[in-house]
Design a protein around this ligand. Structure first.
Ligand code: ADE
Length: 235
């Protein structure tokens, strides 16, 4: 999977060198290519933005500069995603869909945004990471890279993807609580069933706990039947 990131702040992506994503890069499972939009500036002062026609606050990134940055990496099968608070909010289903592409081009906006004409010309999908406004698209692009990379073969173990919150096996429920050693911590014991060795019972307990957790934390994810079942379990 290849990510080309069009950004004015490539240094922000240093953080992707660590942990699981860093390892995935080292193992060539993913490739993250940072393209500095400023390199495509048309003047000797390296300007990339200008004031909006019609007036208003802030500066806008210029269309020709952004277009040339895009042109330097585009391929016929690439999907171009613009990170913006105006986009559709990202969820796990969208992540899985993006993970099917071999090549994603992520466009990070800054200042007051980007001239609409180049967005209309090159963007396939506008994506937000939540209903709040960040200072730019870089952190959202990193969120997208992180979450999509988890689905690239070899990045995680099969089981981690299968059992987690929102996975198919979890039927879109949140993940059950997990425990490790010590057996007792500040007077609290690990639920007995988990040390019973009875795999059927453990599976049943985990399913129930998933339902209870979702009911307590994110009830809007449940249908009426699931809500009733959770209420029965809690009583
Ligand atoms: N840029 C600024 N805010 C954003 C958000 N919430 N999602 C994606 N890109 C953004």
């Amino acid at each position: 999977m290849k990510f080309d990131v069009l950004t004015l702040f490539p240094e922000m992506f240093e953080t992707l060198k660590s942990s699981i994503i860093g390892k995935a890069k080292e193992r060539n499972l993913i490739d993250i290519n940072l393209v500095n939009i400023r390199d495509f500036s048309k003047d000797k002062h390296k300007h990339v933005d200008d004031t909006p026609y019609g007036g208003g606050a802030g500066m806008l990134m210029m269309p020709d500069v952004v277009y040339d940055a895009y042109n330097s990496v585009k391929t016929d099968d690439a999907k171009v995603i613009y990170l913006s608070p105006k986009g559709k909010v990202l969820n796990q289903n969208k992540v899985k869909e993006f993970a099917k592409y071999e090549h994603l081009i992520l466009l990070c906006g800054h200042y007051e945004g980007i001239d609409q004409r180049v967005l209309d010309e090159i963007v396939d999908e506008e994506v937000s990471i939540g209903d709040y406004v960040l200072t730019g698209g870089e952190i959202p692009a990193m969120v997208l890279i992180d979450t999509v990379s988890r689905y690239v073969d070899g990045v995680l173990s099969e089981d981690s993807v299968k059992e987690e919150s929102f996975s198919e096996k979890q039927q879109n429920l949140l993940e059950y609580p997990a425990y490790t050693r010590p057996l007792e911590f500040r007077g609290k014991k690990v639920p007995e069933v988990l040390t019973s060795g009875n795999h059927k019972e453990i599976e049943k307990w985990r399913k129930e706990q998933s339902l209870i957790t979702t009911y307590k934390k994110r009830p809007e994810l449940l249908n009426d039947e699931q809500k009733l079942e959770a209420e029965k379990l809690i009583k």
